[in-house]
Design a protein around this ligand. Structure first.
Ligand SMILES: [Zn+2]
Length: 328
């Protein structure tokens, strides 16, 4: 298997074993309890060996492993969140060290304190060999157009971090209704669409043109939202914020994972953003993960052979070409 042909799953979670050891033995872990860990999902308890078996069965070569969103913990004292992030990052880094051909790592960061976040980002990339970080769509209600996050984006660009945006609970839909699981099935997608808007209108992408930002869950409603965002930009010039171009002109500045469930939606995503911006992702081991994710893409009649190759291997090969240790 050549490195360029590896199938890398950019959306794959882990519940750190050190958290599990603590909470399952009756202790708390930095104030977190079993309820914080989604341990009712048995796959969240699996160690690397069972994980590798599942990857083999699913034909996934590499997981870009990220601790579940439970570990954001942005509402805590920043020093506590920083310790939680550091522990998570140490564990993910150990997985990568133990299985360098099968795991790559994304960690959490203490985003409510951007200086601490930048320090942990530098440690994670330079010392631990992580590939990037997973962040929520907002930080205690603040969206990423806020100047507070300037140092974070500057560092993410300078260090070429892969930034994976993925909701935590609650999503914005939770405040409207907590019924019918809409907080997830709709909320995840709403939050991602808001993040797109805030990064675009906030001028973050204009200010930091070399960012690598991947929007989880296929970018949410972004493909469908573009026409109306563009129309709003044209009709309401006073609402353009710091954006320089139409919202849709930033579509190809992001990456989007393949966490869709039908050819129809995957096809629309590709038609709107281009196959070269879509990267393979599964959301394993969540209950909402995509089943048989590789076979599904390989057998899809909605995609061309070139599109399949782009999505399964070529795009991530391009993103993760250089060894992170040389990126200092
Ligand atoms: Zn996920």
């Amino acid at each position: 298997m050549t490195s360029a042909a590896r199938i890398i799953d950019v959306h794959a979670h882990v519940t750190p074993q050190r958290f599990q050891r603590a909470v399952l033995s009756g202790s708390d872990w930095f104030g977190m309890t079993p309820a914080d860990g989604e341990l009712g999902n048995i796959r969240n308890r699996w160690g690397p060996a069972q994980r590798l078996e599942a990857m083999d069965e699913a034909l996934v070569d590499v997981q870009l492993v990220s601790p579940t969103d439970c570990f954001y913990q942005y509402g805590r004292e920043p020093s506590v969140t920083a310790r939680i992030a550091a522990e998570c990052n140490d564990e993910v880094a150990a997985m990568v060290r133990d299985h360098p051909t099968r795991f790559m790592g994304l960690g959490p960061l203490p985003m409510q304190d951007p200086d601490l976040a930048v320090a942990e980002m530098e440690r994670g990339l330079r010392q631990l060999g992580l590939s990037g970080f997973m962040i929520d769509d907002h930080v205690n209600g603040l969206t990423y157009d806020h100047d507070l996050f300037d140092p974070f984006w500057a560092a993410a660009e300078a260090l070429r971090a892969f930034v994976f945006v993925h909701q935590g609970a609650p999503t914005s839909v939770t405040y409207r209704t907590q019924k019918y699981f809409l907080l997830n099935t709709v909320g995840n997608l709403v939050d991602r669409t808001l993040t797109y808007g805030c990064l675009v209108y906030g001028g973050v992408l204009d200010k930091y043109p070399a960012l690598t930002v991947c929007l989880a869950h296929a970018g949410g409603y972004v493909p469908y939202a573009m026409d109306r965002m563009d129309q709003g930009w044209r009709m309401r010039p006073e609402s353009r914020g710091r954006s320089r171009e139409l919202p849709s002109s930033y579509l190809r500045r992001f990456y989007y994972d393949t966490v869709t469930y039908t050819d129809r939606n995957l096809r629309m995503l590709i038609d709107v953003v281009g196959a070269d911006r879509v990267v393979f992702g599964t959301d394993w081991p969540a209950p909402m993960a995509v089943a048989q994710p590789v076979r599904r893409i390989r057998s899809s009649t909605a995609l061309t052979e070139e599109e399949r190759r782009s999505i399964l291997t070529d795009n991530t090969a391009g993103i993760f070409t250089t060894s992170r240790t040389t990126r200092t």
